[in-house]
Design a binder for this molecule. Structure first.
Ligand SMILES: [Ca+2]
Ligand SMILES: [Ca+2]
Ligand SMILES: [Ca+2]
Length: 351
């Protein structure tokens, strides 16, 4: 859950509970009734001159116009549609609350960056970007709440994080006061496509991704990895793709019967104790290097299939791991493969 107010932090956990949280990045609970203490990265009001934009209907930036700060916050708060051309916050943050967010660049080959900042947090129930016109960003950290569709293309490396961003609002007496902070942890979105063009994509601990539609998280570029330190809960088909390594350190699931694809140009590694699962969809793993298996699970299905392709022998998460697919599951992964590229499909039918 996002913090209640900007920069507020829950009481410091005990060392035991902190370890518990770190060991269970897929969960937000560390103790009955309490929450893991993932401190947000904060941009509190008053640090650097900020720009707050308020619109009761739409906000439209014309072609060639720029809203910029010298490291302060830029915070559009728009009831309707926010059409963006350029928001440049440098080492500051951008927070956007809007009915929907549209990239004003309509060229089909558009690559012009719309938002540059250290951090970007998006709120509002509508779509953020479109399938045929994603938002282009150059940011370090991203968090999205609201549940709308998200289409975002990042220039380089990107962390999905826990963020709290607050601007200052100038009153009729010329005094500045804190505007409402926009808080978000991870991604809470509909259909979701988040891609890097040339950099590693990391989902930080505590920043779970929960979507209600088809979902693609993709790290592109030379040696770009996909690192999953918090749970990924896809609402439909879920694809996790890395040009380099894919490291799964928390559970991955399609919760609504979709398929799950784990694909990497190099290694796919499931940390011991983690699971990739579907209700009744297909699970597919494709590794250019080694696939290190913890658990692939299909929960509800009269029949099932899984496909594993690896250029090297698949191995368990540890030499003595007992966390392979459980016998009660209706299917199991291919247990081993010779040291050559191979592609095997196995189907079973439960009793
Ligand atoms: Ca653009
Ligand atoms: Ca675009
Ligand atoms: Ca970046």
């Amino acid at each position: 859950m996002p913090p209640a107010t900007c920069c507020s932090k829950p009481a410091a956990p005990t060392s035991r509970s902190a370890r518990w949280c770190r060991a269970r990045t897929a969960t937000s609970r560390w103790w009955p009734g309490r929450t893991c203490c993932w401190a947000p990265t904060c941009w509190p009001g008053g640090e650097g001159a900020s720009i707050a934009l308020f619109a009761g209907r739409d906000l439209t930036q014309d072609e060639g116009t720029v809203v910029s700060t010298a490291g302060g916050v830029i915070a559009p708060d728009v009831a309707g549609v926010a059409t963006l051309e350029s928001l440049m916050a440098g080492t500051g943050a951008v927070s956007i609350t809007a009915g929907s967010v549209v990239d004003g660049d309509t060229d089909p080959d558009d690559a012009e960056v719309d938002i540059e900042a250290a951090a970007l947090v998006l709120g509002g129930a509508g779509s953020m970007g479109a399938a045929d016109n994603a938002l282009e960003t150059t940011v370090d950290e991203l968090a999205v709440s609201g549940g709308g569709d998200l289409f975002l293309t990042e220039t380089d490396a990107l962390d999905v994080a826990t963020l709290s961003v607050q601007a200052q609002r100038v009153g009729a007496d010329a005094a500045a006061e804190d505007a409402d902070a926009l808080n978000a942890a991870g991604l809470a979105t509909g259909a979701t496509v988040v891609r890097t063009l040339d950099g590693t994509l990391t989902v930080l601990a505590g920043a779970e991704v929960t979507t209600t539609g088809n979902t693609l998280l993709q790290a592109a570029g030379e040696e770009a990895d996909l690192v999953l330190l918090a749970a990924i809960n896809g609402g439909a088909d879920l694809s996790l793709v890395a040009a380099g390594d894919l490291s799964q350190d928390a559970d991955v699931a399609s919760t609504a019967g979709g398929s799950v694809v784990l694909a990497a140009g190099d290694d796919v590694t499931q940390a011991q104790g983690t699971t990739a699962s579907t209700l009744d969809g297909i699970l597919a793993v494709q590794a250019g290097g080694t696939f290190t298996l913890s658990s692939l699970r299909r929960a509800q299905a009269p029949c099932a299939s899984t496909a594993v392709r690896s250029s090297t022998p698949m191995r368990p998460a540890t030499p003595t791991s007992t966390s392979r697919p459980e016998p009660s599951s209706s299917w199991s992964a291919v247990p081993s493969a010779p040291p050559a590229m191979r592609w095997r499909r196995r189907s079973t039918r439960s009793p």
